[in-house]
Design a protein around this ligand. Structure first.
Ligand code: SF4
Ligand code: SF4
Length: 96
């Protein structure tokens, strides 16, 4: 399937190369859900391709798509715990 630039894969997963915790918006994601560092984005972002997950998480808002993504992978509770602890980095998220 084609990427609809919905933004969910730049928010929902944890991305070690960016020290980005689960469920937190990548700081490089612009307000209109584009990558502001596209030319120098990490390899993991280059390798990411749209697949059936993109279809499964379809929803009207980014927040809902992120929640569906987290639920799909059983990560809702972990993401909520990270959010409540206010972890700004993956290292902090994992040290708790
Ligand atoms: S979740 Fe899928 S459709 Fe949405 S931006 Fe990422 S690759 Fe594209
Ligand atoms: S670096 Fe760009 S492509 Fe990678 S998660 Fe951030 S906004 Fe998305």
């Amino acid at each position: 399937m084609d990427c609809t630039r919905c933004g969910a894969c730049c928010v929902a997963p944890d991305i070690a190369a960016l020290d980005k915790p689960l469920g937190m918006r990548c700081p490089h994601l612009t307000a209109d859900n584009l990558c502001s560092v596209y030319e120098r984005r990490p390899q993991v972002c280059r390798d990411y391709a749209a697949d059936e997950v993109c279809h499964l998480i379809e929803a009207p808002t980014l927040e809902e798509r992120v929640q569906k993504y987290l639920a799909l992978f059983g990560l809702t509770d972990e993401a909520e715990s990270i959010r409540q602890r206010g972890c700004s980095s993956m290292r902090k998220a994992r040290s708790g």
